[in-house]
Design a binder for this molecule. Structure first.
Ligand SMILES: [Zn+2]
Length: 220
């Protein structure tokens, strides 16, 4: 551990390629089928598969400060019964493509070209990055998580030249009325404050070539 810290200290962060751990959640036929149903009922699209063309990266926090607790929320293919806030949205469980631990360890949870349920209106166009933390809306994501998010955003841009936007989940409604917004149910919205303006501002300081959310409270 001491050795790793020494390396991090002396090598500029931008040159330090981080590792992506493969930590797959359950994503079998059941979740694929439920995803198709979600796409049909929420986006009025009839699709043969659940493959996406990502245009937006959405940054989140899990609102839980423990990694195991956080990932346990995503493992099941169907939505747990204690999510009354979004059960009206269907039985597909929530997920995200990545989860970043508080020490900065990055986990890829599912195929990058599959749709995850992580943001109302924009799932079919976006990749989700969850950060462990933010319990009780605390603005407590770590500098190690910031470093991991900077790396991941840059890495994703290299892999997908279709990506144009990086936004915080709290900015998702800025896309209402744009071609990227697909939700057909005007009554299906939830309030979101994750990850935090501070975290998004710090992230945007270190990345170039992305658009912010298209509304007044968007940044840069
Ligand atoms: Zn979120």
């Amino acid at each position: 551990m001491y050795h790793l810290i020494t390396i991090c200290f002396f090598i500029p962060l931008s040159l330090f390629a981080l590792k992506i751990e493969q930590t797959p959640i359950e994503f079998g036929d059941v979740r694929v089928e439920l995803t198709k149903q979600y796409i049909k009922s929420h986006y009025a699209l009839h699709v043969k598969d659940i493959k996406i063309v990502p245009k937006i990266i959405v940054i989140h926090h899990t609102a839980i400060d423990d990694f195991e607790d956080s990932i346990s929320r995503f493992i099941s293919e169907t939505l747990p019964t204690d999510r009354p806030d979004i059960t009206s949205g269907g039985a597909l469980n929530v997920s995200a493509h990545f989860m970043v631990e508080r020490n900065g360890t990055i986990h890829q949870l599912m195929p990058l070209d599959f749709m995850a349920r992580h943001v109302i209106g924009l799932n079919y166009n976006s990749i989700g990055i969850e950060n462990v933390g933010g319990a009780n809306s605390a603005d407590n994501l770590t500098k190690e998580q910031l470093r991991a998010n900077i790396f991941l955003v840059k890495e994703l841009k290299k892999r997908f030249d279709t990506i144009e936007y990086v936004i915080g989940h709290y900015e998702y409604r800025c896309f209402e009325g744009t071609p990227l917004w697909l939700e057909v149910n005007d009554g299906y919205r939830t309030f979101k404050d994750d990850p935090s303006v501070r975290f998004m501002d710090a992230l945007r300081e270190e990345i170039n070539g992305f658009k912010g959310a298209p509304c007044a409270q968007g940044h840069k």
